[in-house]
Design a protein around this ligand. Structure first.
Ligand code: AHR
Length: 503
């Protein structure tokens, strides 16, 4: 049997975990908003038309901040369309997803929904087809208490208190040729700087995210970050990262090692940001908002889902409704490990997305809502990962991958909460041919007990939860865990994710 050995010491701290690391993302896309979170005719709908079964699941998932309203959608979005009397709101073409946006759910309705699910709003502005003036209008509308036309408009629309949005994304994926208003790094950097400066004239305390690359494999990756930060370094707080992973050509070995790619992505962006800091001689540090991450079978969208036709602009079409397997959830769990390992520089992250669209939660119109496999690593990690992230020493056997060369079979991270004395360990076994036994030296934690264990694994790594079988895959305790003399021993089945809580 393959083996690995870990050492955990609460003194080896990476950094404090910002709760915003467990954020989500809701885009007006497919059946995310309409027929997802909002379905007025559904038996579980509340007086505002929101599905309460979905609200319950989002609460259980444990998402902190939710990025809204896009994504690619935001680059053609006119925020004014989405406020005011519903019957007067225009229906618009959504060019990003070749759909019709009815604007029946907008800023006010979404903010109400966030209160129900207990999450905070993170707003993205349109720097694709629009610019600084419209961003200022939105900021005034959202955050100024009263005394101006925009603030009064919000009050007249039923919201006396300002929305108080703290975190703002300056556009979306502006490096991508698919993006409405796609620009060069120089042009975008100048626009983002000008917009950020103007927004700070209204409120210097805003937290602003400038667009980094759409993924680490963009032809402009690295140079984009350097140029954009050269223009915006003094104006923004975070630079964004986006990354989606999928199994390609049946190469599960490389897919299971996606966390290696994410580690490298984060470390390269940090290095680039720190390079700009050095060049500028600045004492300010720019951190990362990893504001889109997930497993996404992106190729399927291009091959199957993509909508075309001048007279074909459906409302809430089925788009990006990926069905996640056990294998996908193990990779997903390893991406969360990667984010936690970099808690010193990743201040915020948004799982893309939340409901129906590449989502941990699925719904059927008039029917049930259920948890996909990816729901479990997210909800458990969000609940157990408290306090600080620890630098775990990992000695693991390795395996060969086509994409990343030699990769450790086991990846792991630990977290420790000084206040409660609780520690959590998250592990993945990437081995496909059998279990791996892991010994974990936890002597430095002092006297602890095993409080909880959770394991996601299945004889069929392609098993998934579906409308027909919504509970086919779940988590079970990992009964192999033994704690003896300061050493924890655990067997990780092939292709599995495990969480262990100590305290
Ligand atoms: O999450 C789906 C899409 O992926 C988003 O709209 C876009 O930002 C990214 O390319």
């Amino acid at each position: 049997m393959a083996t690995a050995h870990l050492t955990i010491d609460p003194h080896f701290s990476v950094g404090t975990i910002d709760r915003r690391l467990f954020g989500g993302f809701v885009e007006h896309l497919g059946r995310h908003v309409y027929d997802g979170i909002h379905e007025p005719g559904h038996p579980s709908a509340d007086a505002d038309g929101f599905r309460t079964d979905v609200i319950e699941l989002v609460r259980e998932l444990g998402v902190s901040t939710i990025r809204y309203p896009g994504g690619n959608f935001v680059s053609g979005f006119r925020w004014e369309d989405s406020v005011g009397p519903r019957e007067e709101r225009p229906r618009r073409l959504d060019l990003a997803w070749h759909s019709t946006e009815t604007n029946q759910v907008g800023l006010h309705e979404f903010a109400d929904w966030l209160e129900k699910v207990g999450s905070d709003l993170m707003l993205a502005i349109n720097l694709g087809t629009r610019g600084t003036a419209e961003a200022l209008d939105l900021l005034e509308y959202a955050n100024i208490t009263d005394g101006t036309t925009r603030a009064q408009q919000r009050i007249d629309n039923g919201r006396t208190d300002p929305f108080g949005v703290r975190m703002w994304c300056l556009g979306n994926e502006m490096d991508g040729p698919w993006q409405l208003g796609h620009r060069s790094a120089d042009d975008y950097g100048k626009l983002a700087s000008q917009t950020a400066k103007a927004m700070r004239q209204i409120d210097p305390d805003l937290q602003l995210v400038v667009c980094g690359s759409s993924n680490a494999h963009m032809p402009t990756f690295g140079e984009w970050e350097r140029t954009v930060l050269h223009h915006t370094y003094d104006d923004v707080d975070y630079i964004s990262c986006h990354a989606y992973y999928e199994e390609r050509d049946g190469d599960a070995g490389s897919f299971l090692a996606s966390g290696v790619d994410m580690d490298g992505f984060i470390e390269t962006v940090v290095a680039t940001a720190d390079h700009v800091q050095a060049v500028k001689g600045s004492i300010k540090r720019i951190d990362i908002s990893f504001d889109e991450w997930n497993v996404w079978y992106n190729q399927r969208y291009h091959d199957v889902d993509r909508i075309e036709g001048i007279d074909n602009w459906p409302v809430a079409p089925r788009l990006l409704e990926d069905r996640y397997s056990v294998l996908d959830a193990v990779v997903f769990g390893s991406l969360m490990i990667s984010l936690l390992k970099h808690a010193d520089r990743v201040a915020s992250a948004s799982l893309a997305q939340l409901v129906n669209v590449i989502a941990p939660i699925m719904t059927e119109p008039g029917g049930p809502a259920w948890r996909q496999t990816t729901f479990f690593p997210f909800s458990i990690t969000s609940r157990l990962a408290q306090g600080r992230s620890l630098d775990v020493k990992i000695e693991s056997e390795k395996y060969d991958t086509k994409a990343y060369g030699e990769v450790p079979l086991v990846d792991a991270v630990a977290t420790h909460d000084e206040e409660t004395g609780r520690t959590a360990i998250f592990l993945v076994n990437r081995a496909q041919d059998g279990p791996t036994t892991v010994t974990i030296d936890v002597n430095a934690l002092g006297l602890v007990d095993v409080r909880e264990t959770h394991m996601l694994s299945d004889d069929d790594i392609h098993a998934a939860n579906t409308l027909e079988q919504p509970e086919r895959v779940g988590v079970a305790p990992n009964y192999s865990v033994v704690l003896d003399g300061g050493v924890l021993t655990v067997t990780l089945p092939a292709v599995s994710w495990t969480a262990i809580a100590l305290g």
